[in-house]
Design a protein around this ligand. Structure first.
Ligand code: TRP
Ligand code: SF4
Length: 417
């Protein structure tokens, strides 16, 4: 069966290489080969769980002393589970690496897509905020908000929606004539989530998300350009600058330029260091009231397999572990999980297990094992048939129990401001 991936539905088995080819997502592995910043790549990057990106080079560049931000969001429509924890860990990792963190509680989206009341969304949203902090987010270097309570966000969403038309929405999201207007509008709200960190202060922003969110990212990157005045093209030893609002903006700009340039009717060629020129012009655009958005960067993680096989789904409690599950309940879920084990113990000793299709191994890789050497040891023992699934699950369930106990103690002591 061919996979179908939209932001609200993932069907079938996903071929990540195909996904990357089709949409122009870059493989993250290439970045790892030329990693030139002080922080170690996150474990999800090292382990190929974060498999792709757009423009992450920009973030790596900014990590060397510039201002940048990380931004992502959650629909507070059910208890936060290990899938959400993965994104939370990514936000926290980026914050520790120097980015200012922005987190949206997508209550507007959840209200139209899942039909939950505003009160319920507030209540569940609090659990997400507390979870983020308990997992290590520093609230002093973060901006956490509900979409519905953030006026400037809704203004920006409205502004962005002026640039989006029906055929575009239909092509990107597969909307039909029956789709409610509000469901269409929340796509602009999400674009506003992603772009608001740059209001008045354009900077690189990375959005860590699951692969299903890429349509939003593509639309947002496009909108970032469409609503900004100046457009940049790389040329030999500089940048060609065009205006999307008429040439009078070029004439205003050239009066201010502190670089060498050559002026034409419809563009200006500016010579010098590309990033410096763009930064200068963006500052100028903000001064004259423009947005000057930098297209956001993104990272993509793989979907995690449900414990019962197939997709992890909020509607199947057995398929996921919630951060608020009783440790003993979670331990039992792990013990019942689908593995990459063989039909019999004899067969498994002979052939070894298949960690690459094992939900328990995924738990180790994403959440439970910090050191790469330890993970590699589990993998080796599995494929060599040295360890059987029973013992392996025992270890996983013990680790998950310990993690939840510790996490829940922390969550209970978090005070929201
Ligand atoms: N749409 C996302 C989801 O389904 C949630 C979300 C809202 C989001 N705003 C965002 C994700 C901004 C990334 C960035 O879970
Ligand atoms: Fe999965 Fe562990 Fe069984 Fe290997 S031994 S298939 S990793 S549960």
């Amino acid at each position: 069966m061919n996979a179908e991936v939209t932001p609200w539905d993932v069907k079938g088995k996903v071929d990540y290489n195909k996904l990357m080819k089709e949409f122009g997502i870059q493989p993250f592995s290439e970045l790892l080969e030329n990693w030139n910043v002080d922080v170690e790549p996150m474990h999800l990057m090292r382990r190929g769980i974060i498999f792709g990106h757009r423009d992450y080079d920009r973030i790596l560049e900014a990590m060397n002393g510039k201002k940048w931000a990380v931004m992502s969001g959650f629909m507070p429509s059910g208890l936060p589970h290990l899938g959400h924890k993965m994104t939370m860990d990514e936000i926290i990792w980026h914050q520790k690496a120097g980015g200012f963190a922005h987190v949206a509680l997508a209550d507007m989206e959840a209200h139209v897509v899942r039909g939950l009341s505003w009160e319920k969304l507030k209540e569940i949203g609090k659990l997400y905020l507390k979870s983020l902090i308990a997992l290590g987010l520093n609230p002093d270097r973060a901006f956490l908000y509900y979409q519905s309570e953030f006026g400037k966000l809704k203004d920006l969403a409205f502004e962005l929606s002026a640039e989006v038309n029906w055929s575009e929405l239909k092509a990107i999201y597969g909307f039909t004539p029956e789709t409610p207007l509000a469901k269409m509008f929340v796509t602009s709200v999400q674009a506003a989530d992603i772009l608001h960190p740059q209001l008045k202060d354009p900077k690189p922003v990375v959005v860590p998300v699951g692969a299903d969110q890429d349509p939003h990212i593509r639309l947002t990157r496009d909108l970032a350009s469409r609503v900004s005045i100046f457009a940049f093209e790389e040329i030999d030893s500089g940048v060609r600058v065009r205006s999307r609002r008429g040439s009078e903006y070029l004439r205003m700009l050239e009066k201010e330029l502190s670089f060498e340039y050559r002026s034409y009717a419809e563009h200006i060629d500016v010579f010098g260091e590309r990033r410096d020129i763009e930064e200068f012009i963006r500052k100028f655009e903000v001064e004259i009231g423009g947005f000057a958005f930098i297209p956001p960067s993104s990272t993509y993680h793989k979907f995690i397999t449900g414990l019962t096989g197939g997709k992890m789904s909020s509607s199947k409690p057995e398929s996921y572990i919630s951060l608020f599950d009783e440790p003993s309940v979670a331990e039992k879920k792990v013990k019942r999980a689908i593995t990459g084990g063989r039909g019999s113990a004899e067969e498994q000793r002979r052939l070894g297990g298949e960690p690459e299709r094992c939900a328990v191994f995924e738990l180790f890789a994403i959440h439970l094992i910090e050191r790469d050497e330890d993970l590699e040891e589990i993998r080796r023992k599995c494929v060599e048939g040295e360890m059987l699934c029973g013992n392996c699950k025992k270890l996983a369930s013990q680790l998950i129990g310990e993690f939840l106990k510790d996490f829940q103690e922390k969550v209970n002591s978090v005070e929201l401001r």
